[in-house]
Design a protein around this ligand. Sequence first.
Ligand code: SF4
Length: 396
Amino acid sequence: MHIDERADEIKICAYCPLMCKNVDAFHRHDGTETSAPHIRNMMLQKILQEKENPKDHPPETHLEEAAEVLYKTTLGGESTAWCGESMDIRANMIAGRTDVVEHGYAPPAVEDVRHRSQREHNAYGEPHNQRFANIDSTVLNRFQDRTAPSVGLWIGCTTAYYEPEIFESLAAILDASDVAAGIVEEERCCGLPQYKLGLRDTALDLMEHNANAINNRGFETLVVDCPECYRALNDYYPHFGHDISPEIVHSSQFIQTLLEEGTLELNSTVSETVSYHDPYELSRHTAPIDRNEYDTSDIHEPPREVLDSIPGLHREELRHNRNKAFSCGGDIGVRKMHPDVAQKVGQTVLDEVVTAGADTVAVASPECKRHLSETITENDLNLEVASIPELVARTL
Ligand code: SF4
């Protein structure tokens, strides 16, 4: 079982005096005892104990019960950031979820993601042959026409299907900087959403396909805006034997370099007070499998430095920021299985934006943009959500 590899960590959390439960984004709003981090680990610890001391029923049967609680988390890593032991509790949950799926106890919503991903190569189940249909075709065509550029732009599912203006803004920034870039036409979901839900085999298929597609393009640099894709390509792909040839750079890092080199000039002045929301895949080292193998630096400052370069933009920090930032609730599993909690989690971030006195929340993640935008609409709030590329593109 996958939880065997996490036995030591699961035991520590199972017997811990609960100091992290007050920062767990899901538990704060769900309020039930079963969503507390240590209870989720106790479920797994019970299975590990019964494996050592077998009773009259196989310990795996407890996975059905565990499935009820293992999906009650955003996997955002608040606990890890606050834990005195820096416990990678998210890795425990992913191991448990993988065992749940492999023993046939996957919740229907997880099975749904599996089928959608296998059929359409994205977790949303949107038609694969329409992946780029929402992007302005005149912009997209320019990127498709470039046959051997050194820079690639990875679009990602959420941007492609729901937030195409993020890609269009990045394209405008690259054009203004005279950087010729191409896309990976065969791009599919990065596989991390599936992996985090416990759909390991589906995730590994997606990773293998994408690794080949990327490496065949011959890019030197691949610019990635979605933090989940960034983390997948940087950390998970190499871990599973799929080294990526180009250097993976987050869009905020790439824009920061263009600004520092003087290649990109921001000409117009805006008049906005903005708070930046750190997405957890960029702001916390939540590498899932083997900490010693991974060393992806957390990305806190490039998004802030880019925002501070925008003429007229005034930035106010949220109370919880950088590695202590709260998740926004945009995780696909929580949105599908616990939509009420997902919205309350998003509302917490927006409350901090209002308290900070900002009228705009700047995001570095298409999933954060989509989820916070929906939360604003549903709660009729007078706030705007904008991605960093969009805010930059407004000044060109
Ligand atoms: S993550 Fe840390 S604080 Fe939370 S239950 Fe585990 S050991 Fe305790």
